[in-house]
Design a protein around this ligand. Structure first.
Ligand code: GLA
Length: 707
């Protein structure tokens, strides 16, 4: 084996979402037809055997169809380099199969056992400050360690050979949340692989010197061998080096995913392979849109964070996951039934919240609803993390809600396999822009890339307007409006695609700090917003960010925070929609809109408006671009709409965002026609037409497909 892991430049060759094959869970005797899968991570090795039979009994009571098994079982399966203890897993597989429960079997490589780290401490990751991440928790391995890979892949091979014909096996679960704790490793292994990756990308050291701008601060390299990861330095490490290291680190984990996948595909070509992504919150290290072509179906883990945008963020993440999956069904691998254990304060979910969270994911394309974990642990770091079976046991509010949700999901079988119906508005998400816009040595450290996009999503949702959160590589042709929040990195090809949107009569909305740099993180000179200057018809000479807590007033009655700019109108047909009315930029345009020949337009927003301010702007902008809500006025701002579709029918998910009843009829007439799959409480529908949607409840309407 070579002493360096070669990391393919996976991102460079990423397929556009939805263009690679999609394969779902294998059918089994117990579950032969399309359905919404329901289940959890199952860790029977934490429990005595007596509990296993009760587990299966309770799973059946709850309507569980699938579990993810053996995710953290390496130490229990392999007790030394050549010693194995695996019969217990045979028994669990057999027991589950006998109970009609399908298995998404983990490759068990997520957390190396103590015997391995004792024999090979050189697999342990190293932080940017040079500290070793020691064993004792989990995921303490270097993505580029050849020694780790040799041992992990051997385990994959053993499990694949052993269970390849097991009737419970319906999918493979590679590792677990790749990069959750080890995304950035600065070890010597990482350094060697980084150099190989850079050689692939740049060919020679001169090209790297140009791309990294090493004329600055005497950084010129004479050989690629001199290059290191951006370890703790005396000041800011080279920004392009930092950006490339982020790209490399995502590619390194993707390369690892491929290595496991290749073994599984060789031994069990018919069994689909997945790994759980972490499309949620500020998790940015993995470029999942680029990873999607390396799984047969996309899986995601999502945990809510408390706060006013908590459910909007869930919905945003679910929408993005669905578009990463190419609008095809995806698998919600983990979320929580109630509290987690890793936030500063871990809130229990309120009555009905678990079901609403779960069904919102289904609304955005999830065909599997699974949790971490089945039975709440009594020992270990996650013993206060909720599960489907809580410490209180079967006789608990939580387990009753689990059982109830199981019935609801059974009633949603007609939804299974349906695609997500495109919205008219797209919100772009681009990992290069995320990574580059939040680098150090910038005009402000307060900018949060994803927050800006979330504000737009939440404001549209409040107005009852559906929006798709899409990877930047998505085909934009189906969208009338494309929102580009902080689209910081705009290479020529992306610029051309955005120009094409406007040229065909579509509408672009770009915010501050967009179009500023190229793929090498070099500023596009001549005035901001650089690559988008001509399209937007504005020019900015200098940024004027705001201190934390400072605000400026705006002519539409709103306020701006974080960022301002003195904006000069330089293009033809530019209207000033909003002007700054205070601060250093008072009198300058704050929001502009250029109309283009052919009816397209390009709007520029030069400050952070926040959700309320974006909403105020959208109320003016949406009529100009001819976008209206699909919802009756009585539902706007109170329910979220998400639409899935089969060839012949649309499935309208209505999610009550409030703590009140929301009417579904007016004067006895339904506000929306269609057949209810669920009633107004989120239970399987009876014949009656529900008059109200209960607080936090979700209903689903089957409606004729629009032309
Ligand atoms: C992650 C992991 C799980 C568990 C949960 C807890 O998602 O994949 O093993 O630790 O977090 O929320």
């Amino acid at each position: 084996m070579s002493s360096t892991i070669t990391v393919p430049e996976a991102r460079a060759h990423a397929a556009a979402p939805g263009t690679t094959p999609h394969r779902w869970l294998l059918p089994t005797e117990a579950h032969p037809t399309p359905h919404i899968s329901f289940g959890a991570d199952y860790n029977p090795d934490q429990w005595p055997r007596e509990v296993w039979a009760e587990d299966v009994e309770l799973m059946r009571e709850a309507g569980v169809t699938i579990v993810s098994l053996a995710i953290f079982s390496w130490a229990r399966i392999q007790t030394g380099p050549d010693t194995w203890d695996i019969e217990w897993l045979d028994d669990v597989m057999d027991l589950l199969h006998a109970g009609g429960i399908q298995v998404d079997l983990a490759t068990a490589t997520a957390s190396p056992p103590p015997w391995l780290t004792t024999l090979h401490p050189e697999i342990l990751p190293v932080t940017r400050t040079g500290e070793t991440l020691w064993p004792g928790a989990r995921q303490h391995w270097r993505p580029t360690s050849p020694v780790f890979r040799e041992h992990a892949l051997r385990l994959v091979e053993v499990l694949a050979q052993r269970y390849k014909d097991h009737p419970a096996l319906v999918a493979w679960h590679v590792s677990n949340e790749l990069g959750c704790h080890n995304a950035y490793d600065y070890s010597e292994d990482a350094a060697a692989s980084f150099r190989t990756w850079l050689t692939d990308r740049y060919g020679d050291v001169d090209a790297l010197n140009d791309a990294w701008g090493t004329a600055f601060w005497s950084q010129r390299y004479t050989s690629l061998e001199e290059v290191l990861p951006p370890r703790l330095a005396a000041s800011y490490p080279n920004p392009t080096q930092q950006l490339d290291f982020k790209r490399f680190s995502s590619d390194a984990l993707q390369g690892y995913l491929r290595a496991e996948r290749e073994i599984l595909a060789r031994i069990t070509p018919d069994v689909p392979v997945t790994t759980n992504f972490m499309v949620m919150g500020e998790t940015s290290a993995q470029d999942y849109p680029a990873w999607a072509s390396d799984v047969d179906f996309v899986s995601n883990d999502h945990y809510v964070h408390p706060g006013p945008q908590s459910h909007a963020e869930l919905s945003f993440s679910a929408s993005f996951t669905g578009k990463i999956a190419g609008r095809r069904p995806w698998y919600l691998m983990e979320h929580s039934t109630s509290a987690v254990n890793w936030q500063p304060v871990n809130l229990a979910k309120r009555a009905g919240q678990m079901a609403r969270d779960s069904l919102t994911h289904v609304a955005h394309g999830a065909d599997a609803v699974c949790y971490f974990q089945w039975r709440q642990s009594v020992a270990g770091a996650e013993k206060y993390h909720s599960g489907m079976v809580p410490h209180a046991g079967r006789d608990s509010r939580l387990f009753r809600e689990v059982v109830r949700l199981g019935r609801t999901l059974e009633a949603l079988a007609p939804v299974a396999g349906s695609a997500q119906l495109p919205a008219r508005v797209a919100i772009l998400q681009d990992h290069d822009s995320w990574w580059a816009s939040e680098l150090d040595s910038h005009p402000t450290q307060l900018l949060r890339y994803r927050q800006e996009a979330l504000d737009w999503y939440a404001a549209l949702r409040e107005l009852g307007v559906r929006a798709d959160v899409v990877p930047a590589a998505t085909d934009l042709d189906v969208y009338d409006v494309v929102v580009a929040p902080v689209l910081h990195v705009v290479p020529a090809a992306l610029r051309a695609r955005l120009e094409a949107v406007v040229a065909r009569g579509g509408h672009l909305v770009a915010t501050y700090f967009s179009g500023i740099v190229d793929a090498d993180d070099h500023v596009v000179p001549g005035g901001y917003p650089g690559a988008l200057r001509d399209l937007l018809g504005v020019r900015v000479e200098e940024f004027s960010p705001l201190l934390d807590g400072d605000t400026v007033t705006l002519s539409d009655g709103g306020t701006g925070t974080l960022w301002t700019e003195p904006v000069d109108v330089v293009g033809p047909d530019v209207d000033v929609l909003v002007t700054y009315t205070s601060g250093d930029v008072a009198g300058s345009p704050a929001v502009t809109r250029r109309t283009h020949p052919g009816g397209g337009s390009a709007t520029y927003v030069s400050t952070r408006l926040g959700q309320a301010g974006v909403g105020r702007l959208l109320e003016r902008l949406l009529p100009l671009v001819d976008v209206t809500s699909e919802l009756p006025a009585a539902l706007r701002g109170r329910v979220e709409l998400a639409v899935r579709a089969h060839d012949d029918a649309e499935l309208w998910f209505l999610v009550n965002l409030t703590d009140d009843d929301v009417p579904l009829t007016a004067d006895g007439t339904p506000l929306l026609d269609g057949t209810h799959l669920l009633d107004g409480s989120g239970d399987p529908a009876t014949d009656a037409r529900p008059t109200h949607l209960a607080p936090r409840a979700v209903t689903v309407l089957r409606r004729t497909r629009r032309a």
